[in-house]
Design a protein around this ligand. Structure first.
Ligand SMILES: *Cc1c(COP(=O)(O)O)cnc(C)c1O
Length: 520
């Protein structure tokens, strides 16, 4: 048993993990002062309870200390997930280091992390200062050494996770308390600073409103590149990208924004080729990797693109990839300086909540469980494909062939439409009332939509006209085989009911009403 681990040792590594040049000193003094149970305390305990029992209790505590010390030294995802008790011990020790928790602290500033409600204080483990300083979101906060340690550690764990996920040469990342769309805006606005004339964003079409808003709200003009239909797949039109760049002049272009994770039948963009184009024309390349971190098809593309050409940053959602509540995203890249410039563009301090949610989740999960979840997801994708395929052939439909998309898949809804004016998207609503969420039904009737002033034909389909109507489903992290089974059973019932309703020429609505008691 390694008895040399003690409180002081932990502090030494703590100090090293945040380069503060003595800023942590004050808090560490306080930490030592408030520190739970040192050797002397244990000695005093032996006057109350027999020495051997106290010794045993001390040994148990060493297990927690050892894990914490290892984390601070290596700053990588632990292989085995931690127990909640170890995680809570660390969170308590870190929050004790923040000035709002200093005993006798006298705050006379306008922001002193006072928390009115004990419920709120508990919900945040008494962290109140958020992360960052006014000048930079990844800067350490002198008033909050504990929060700063947590932020630095979480960013470091996240970089490890990104590498484990398949982007081995990622150099830097940081967690932002804004969802993906806002983080894409932050990246583009940072690129703009060194490209004063730029106002266009070259954007291979992906029908997701936050993507469009990320450009328009930032004051940029999206230049829509229509996708090519290749077999069943919708893929990047590289020729059109090059033509647009030449037409508009590279200097006027903020970046090319590509997308990895997307609804089938669209597949991830041709990242390698785009990154080469961006390198050739000296244009920043921003990748929307919203839920792509969980899929090696997406991560390998990003890794390869960075080898072949230019990738400035890739952005992913925290909730979609790590099963935490919505609220954060991760901005990552291959050049630490560039990623730092994006973190410096963030105005002001930021909520620590998405960071803490990830800190807790990653420690609780550990690398082994994370890899297991990724593997299960891949297996569930295969399982979903085979089950959906069965249901499809039962109804004279088929699974769309979209081998480049490793998360989402589509099933045709061609024969199911008997009457032209029948709204196939009804199937989506019918599934939703049966507690199936996340599917999308796309009809192929082209209607114009205006999304934030941008005219998009047939919005939702990623193209103006697709070969057939279809329904999509995705296998994402945390999904179970039971979810798949339940989904296909309910889908089968819904399709039967829908067909009987169109067959008998009556309204789906009325069939729905007649049978609304036997849901699902
Ligand atoms: C989820 C998602 C986004 C962004 O959504 P946020 O709500 O901003 O996280 C953007 N693009 C795609 C493809 C997405 O799936």
């Amino acid at each position: 048993m390694d008895n040399t681990i003690n409180v002081q040792h932990t502090h030494v590594s703590l100090k090293k993990s945040v380069d503060t040049g003595g800023l942590l000193q004050q808090s560490i003094q306080c930490f030592v002062h408030v520190q739970v149970m040192d050797d002397q305390c244990y000695d005093l305990c032996t006057k109350l309870v027999s020495q051997s029992y106290i010794q045993q209790g001390k040994q148990a505590k060493l297990v927690h200390q050892k894990r914490i010390k290892h984390l601070l030294q290596h700053r990588k995802l632990p292989e085995d997930g931690w127990t909640d008790q170890t995680i809570e011990l660390l969170l308590q020790e870190l929050s004790v280091m923040d000035s709002n928790n200093f005993p006798d602290n006298c705050g006379v500033g306008e922001r002193e992390a006072r928390i009115f409600s004990p419920l709120v204080a508990t919900r945040h483990y008494r962290f109140g200062h958020g992360i960052g300083r006014s000048g930079e979101i990844t800067a350490i906060q002198p008033k909050a050494a504990g929060s700063s340690v947590m932020m630095k550690l979480t960013n470091s764990l996240m970089l490890d996770v990104i590498k484990i996920s398949g982007i081995q040469s990622a150099a830097s990342c940081f967690i932002v308390p804004m969802a993906t769309g806002m983080s894409l805006s932050l990246c583009m606005l940072t690129f703009k600073q060194s490209r004063p004339n730029a106002k266009y964003v070259i954007w291979p079409r992906i029908d997701q409103k936050s993507c469009i808003k990320s450009m328009i709200t930032s004051g940029f003009e999206p230049v829509v590149i229509q996708n090519c239909i290749e077999g069943d797949e919708l893929r990047t039109n590289l020729t059109a990208v090059i033509e647009k760049i030449e037409e508009l002049d590279p200097d006027n272009i903020v970046c090319v924004m590509t997308t990895t994770s997307c609804f089938a039948p669209r597949v991830p963009d041709r990242l390698e080729e785009i990154s080469e184009i961006c390198k050739k024309f000296d244009i920043p390349h921003l990748i929307n990797n919203a839920y792509g971190l969980q899929c090696t098809k997406c991560t390998h593309l990003i890794q390869q693109a960075s080898r072949k050409g230019r990738v400035d940053a890739f952005v992913q959602s925290t909730d979609k990839n790590f099963m935490v509540p919505v609220g954060g995203s991760i901005i990552a890249g291959f050049d630490a300086k560039l990623i730092e410039s994006i973190s410096k563009a963030y105005p002001g301090r930021a909520s620590a909540t998405p960071t803490m949610d990830l800190f807790i989740t990653l420690l609780s999960m550990g690398s082994q469980k994370y890899k297991e979840l990724l593997k299960e997801r891949k297996e569930n994708y295969q399982y979903l494909a085979s089950k959906l395929s069965e249901v499809a052939s039962k109804h004279a439909e088929r699974l769309l062939k979209t081998p480049h998309n490793g998360i989402s898949m589509g099933m045709s809804l061609s024969s199911i439409i008997v009457k032209e004016d029948k709204d196939v998207t009804e199937i989506g609503s019918m599934l939703f009332t049966r507690f199936v969420s996340g599917t999308r039904v796309i009809s192929n009737s082209s209607t114009d939509s205006k999304i934030n002033g941008l005219k998009i034909i047939n919005f939702g389909a990623h193209c103006d006209k697709y070969n057939c109507p279809y329904l999509t489903a995705a296998a994402s992290i945390g999904m179970t085989r039971t979810d798949v089974d339940t989904f296909v059973t309910r889908l089968d019932k819904v399709l039967k009911k829908y067909k009987s309703s169109v067959g008998s020429n009556c309204d789906v609505q009325s069939v729905e009403e007649k049978t609304s008691n036997n849901i699902p």
